[in-house]
Design a binder for this molecule. Structure first.
Ligand code: CMC
Length: 423
């Protein structure tokens, strides 16, 4: 027998039986019995806002899968571009499909000169690269007006390819602008990440940007960041996309969601925190401060993971490989000590707070030579493929425009008073 729940309205004695489907109950069924009673669920703590086949997350067991494939297998055996294909199309590509996909992405890495010269160069000299990214991605929509044709599958595909391909170019452009360095055009003979590292750092000699170990490590980090079901930025993508805006504008909104320190901005905050702690001798005091409410342990805790984030485990291994090339990040010892102290402390144990993906990723980025304020941009580049997979899935489901209800807690009706009578 199918599982169900029964809800009774105690005011009338009326009941309704609602089937449990894929772990949820349909609010439309509830609506039949209680049309004017809303679920009060700020921050969607207990609400599934969509049905999705893109990624699966079990926070208690620490499991993450893209389209059914465990994240550790993908990190070990796949590449970011293959994962982007998997997210988009639902299946791993065969050799021909992968060759075509790689060629498509590679041929769309260039950005229009006007975007770079007129738009990106117009920012203030110390503009945050995430602010530049949010605006640059939104500006792309003005270069591709055909992107508004979101129900033409061919057009949709073209914009998806453009967005995945152009993100590293815009990111590198934002970084070089902030450094006062001239822009470098993409080299389409190079791999996705090797090309990005080159666009960022050439001709610097103090950074090992052309070491294949770093390109591989960045590729692994891109795989780990590519999707994470209905987080804040992906939900933004779906909500904004549900108004049928073009994908550039929706992706720009998703980037804005990612920017905040509670979400993609946490990797930057972790490094700032480690620098502030300064020495392993200060770790115990810092943890005491967190427990007494003077701030959060950045890179710890997660809305869904109540166990070790599986991505954090993989990142630790990647960190070792990167530090072999770059030398150890001096902040690593502080991070290891923090993790050790926190994981043994009842405050963190009882709240099930574990390191998340951002706890170690920043250490790797910093060792590779990336400045702190570009870290969130490094998150946005691969997450674009996840956002777009959700966007297309949402359009194919022909979802309605996102429009939640509210519980009104304001003033009752009252009459307008002229300014002279307002006391
Ligand atoms: N340090 C100290 N205490 C914490 C932390 C932390 N990092 N995270 C949660 N808590 C405490 C919080 O104070 C609360 O305690 P109490 O019940 O006594 O009030 C309890 O744990 C539950 O916290 P919450 O804020 O209700 O949990 P949430 O699910 O709303 O927040 C979170 C999740 C990720 C925003 C939060 O854990 C956090 O702020 N972490 C630090 C920032 C961070 O690392 N963000 C990256 C998340 S992973 C990558 C991504 O999604 O982009």
């Amino acid at each position: 027998m199918a599982e169900s729940i029964t809800i009774t309205d105690n005011r009338t004695g009326d009941s309704i039986e609602i089937p449990i489907d894929n772990g949820g109950v349909a609010a439309t069924e509830w609506h039949k019995l209680l049309p004017d009673i809303w679920f009060y669920d700020p921050a969607f703590m207990q609400t599934a806002a969509c049905a999705s086949a893109v990624s699966y997350l079990d926070g208690d067991a620490g499991i993450l899968r893209y389209r059914g494939y465990p994240i550790d297998q993908l990190a070990e055996k796949s590449t970011y571009l293959e994962v982007a294909y998997l997210l988009q199309f639902g299946e791993l590509p065969n050799a021909k499909q992968f060759e075509d996909w790689t060629r498509e992405i590679t041929y769309h890495t260039y950005i229009h000169e006007n975007l770079r010269k007129r738009f990106m160069d117009g920012f203030h000299y110390d503009a945050h690269p995430m602010g530049m990214l949010v605006s640059g991605v939104a500006a792309l929509s003005t270069f591709y007006p055909e992107a508004k044709d979101i129900f033409d599958k061919e057009q949709r595909h073209k914009q998806i390819v453009r967005l995945i391909a152009k993100m590293p170019t815009i990111a590198a452009c934002a970084y070089r602008f902030s450094q006062g360095m001239p822009f470098i055009y993409p080299d389409n003979d190079m791999s996705f990440t090797a090309n990005f590292l080159r666009m960022m750092f050439e001709p610097r000699r103090d950074v090992d940007w052309n070491d294949p170990v770093l390109a591989k490590a960045l590729d692994v980090l891109f795989i780990l960041h590519a999707d994470h079901e209905q987080n804040c930025s992906t939900t933004t993508m779906r909500v904004v996309g549900s108004s049928h805006t073009d994908p550039y504008t929706a992706t720009s909104a998703a980037c804005a969601g990612l920017y905040g320190p509670r979400h993609g901005g946490a990797n930057e905050q972790v490094i700032r925190m480690l620098m502030e702690i300064g020495s392993i001798d200060n770790v115990e005091d810092f943890i005491k401060g967190v427990k007494s409410g003077s701030g959060r342990l950045q890179g710890f805790g997660h809305r869904v993971y109540k166990n070790y984030d599986p991505r954090a485990r993989i990142i630790k291994k990647t960190a070792d490989e990167v530090f072999e090339v770059t030398g150890k990040n001096p902040l690593l010892d502080i991070a290891l000590k923090l993790e050790e102290v926190a994981l043994a402390d009842d405050y963190f144990i009882s709240r099930r707070l574990y390191p998340n993906v951002d706890f170690y990723s920043g250490l790797i980025y910093q060792a590779m030579g990336f400045p702190l304020d570009i870290f969130t941009v490094l998150f946005a580049i691969p997450r674009t493929s996840g956002w777009l997979a959700h966007w297309e899935e949402m359009l194919e489901q022909d979802s309605k425009i996102a429009r939640p209800r509210q519980l009104y807690i304001g003033a009752p009706e009252r009459d307008y008073a002229p300014i002279a009578n307002r006391g």
